[in-house]
Design a protein around this ligand. Structure first.
Ligand code: ADP
Ligand code: MG
Ligand code: ZN
Length: 483
């Protein structure tokens, strides 16, 4: 009998925190805007002997905010530790991290298990650490830029609760959305400010053992996360199927070849020799401080999604799309507030024509200058049939590219919809009288000609006749001419 296997996945997510200064010194953390390499540096973040670290207060606030958003408990007493290893991007020879007592632990996040069921993924811990410097490799030498060294970094570690690649993707997507909602991380994965590591093992379905896992490092996109995980699951299944055993190792992901590659085996694994950081006192957080951070929590994607479904009558997937970004959700709500049209209709405009424009022009919602009032006015003109749907799209494009007032644009472009039944009737009668041959063919069974008749209406009115009215009159007129 052939066994079927179940994957076990645990994710570690590293995200930089959007603070002005670095984690343990006052250097600017904005290494992306540094004019030159090695300009945002000081003795502390370059690891000079005797330089002392000082904890960044803002970073601890942001870390606690993330912990609370992930339903963790905050450790009122938490400590820093040295994680010792040598690498050229780590000037001190150790990274200051949190080990025994992280700032937050024991949380959870609800994710989509398989399209139907929800799954509570436990969050083991959220801890504060510091980013490394950046290396770039030239022909036969390497360059190091310390501008990134010491930038506040958060690590979010899940329990091995995830059972499908889809759920891993959903978990990662939701964590990113939460970080963006909180404004603690831009989620810009091309810039490396958010990175995933996937821990993977497989076991026969029905078994409850935890087998040896491998860890895939530095996955810098959702695509890399899903492809690498799927590949690694399959690779491990093949090993068991052919009678082998999986060895514990650290893997890299080769995006070009689409394979995981061994970086380090268990024998070569680092012994980090963690010990308490002697230069930093423990963080002592008061209940009042924790509550003041809790009070800063915005409405998070999950809660917003539920509210959008309940208040606006949207489907779960419509609501989830709108709440994927806080700015998009706010924009939607602003348009709804200014408009007389149903929220469903506003969702359709935003998810359809509006997003198409953003995607085609490579813009994000933050780049949009169109005021919600104007967008609402335009949608209402379509709803009350002042203009047709296709004219509405024309106006929207105009508003997005050039700005202006929707009413004015409709006037200038002469887009008012023809809703006068008598006028449309007159036109339909004329078209039918002018085309007796087509009328006979249609009535003899060539039904495809109907679109041609409607095309004549559209041509004569430049697409402005109310299509439902025109359609009804056309059907009636053709019927009357049946011999
Ligand atoms: P440590 O980093 O201290 O070795 P663990 O090995 O327990 O910690 O966990 C590191 C990550 O690996 C966590 O995200 C955890 O969920 C995941 N993990 C642990 N065991 C397994 C397993 N058997 N299969 C898949 N993932 C696992
Ligand atoms: Mg790790
Ligand atoms: Zn510094």
């Amino acid at each position: 009998m052939k066994l079927t296997y179940e994957p076990i996945i645990g994710l570690e997510i590293h995200g930089e925190l959007l603070t002005n200064s670095k984690m343990f010194c006052s250097c600017s953390a904005d290494y992306g805007s540094a004019p030159e390499p090695n300009t945002n540096i000081c003795p502390t973040c370059t690891g000079l002997p005797g330089a002392m670290p000082v904890v960044n207060k803002k970073a601890t606030e942001l870390a606690a905010l993330v912990g609370l958003a992930l339903n963790c408990s905050i450790n009122k007493h938490n400590t820093f530790a040295r994680k010792n290893y040598y690498y050229p991007d780590l000037p001190k020879g150790y990274q200051i991290s949190q080990y025994e007592l992280p700032i937050a632990e024991k949380g959870w996040l609800e994710v989509n298990a398989d399209g139907e069921n929800q799954l509570k993924v436990r969050v083991r811990r959220v801890h504060i650490e510091e980013d490394t410097a950046k290396l770039s490799h030239e022909k036969n030498y390497a360059l190091v830029d310390f501008n990134r060294a010491g930038v506040p970094l958060l690590e979010i570690v899940s329990e091995p609760d995830i059972r499908t690649v889809e759920a891993a993707l959903d978990y990662a997507t939701k964590v990113r959305a939460i970080l963006r909602y909180l404004g603690v991380n831009s989620g810009d994965m091309e810039k490396g400010v958010l990175r995933f590591e996937a821990n993977i093992s497989v076991r026969p379905v029905g078994s409850d053992e935890f087998r040896t896992r491998t860890e895939i490092k530095n996955l810098n996109s959702f695509r890399a996360l899903t492809r690498a995980s799927a590949y690694e699951i399959e690779r491990q299944i093949q090993i068991y199927e052919s009678g082998g055993t999986v060895v514990q190792e650290t893997l890299g992901w080769d995006d070009v070849r689409g394979v995981t590659t061994s970086q380090r085996s268990k024998e070569e694994a680092h012994d980090y020799r963690y010990f308490p950081e002697p230069d930093l006192p423990p963080l002592q957080l008061s209940d009042a401080w924790i509550e003041s951070i809790r009070s800063q929590l915005p409405e998070l994607p999950e809660a917003k999604t539920k509210r959008f479904i309940a208040d606006f009558g949207l489907t779960p997937s419509e609501a989830r799309f709108l709440t994927s970004e806080r700015t998009l959700a706010n924009y939607f709500e602003s348009v709804v507030a200014k408009s007389k049209s149903p929220a469903k209709t506003i969702h359709s405009w935003i998810a359809g024509e509006f997003m198409r424009y953003l995607n085609d022009s490579g813009l994000s919602i933050d780049d949009v200058t169109l005021a919600p009032e104007s967008f609402a006015k335009l949608i209402d003109m379509v709803t009350d049939k002042t203009i047709g749907a296709s004219a509405g799209k024309t106006v929207l494009t105009e508003l997005l590219t050039k700005g202006g007032d929707p009413v004015q644009i409709v006037k200038e472009k002469n887009l008012l919809q023809l809703t006068d039944v008598n006028a449309i009737q007159e036109l339909v009668t004329k078209i039918l009288n002018d085309n007796p041959k087509e009328v006979d063919e249609y009535n003899a069974g060539k039904e495809t000609l109907f679109q041609w008749f409607m095309g004549q209406v559209a041509r004569a009115t430049k697409g402005k006749a109310d299509p439902n009215v025109a359609k009804g009159l056309m059907v009636k007129g053709l019927e009357e001419r049946k011999k």
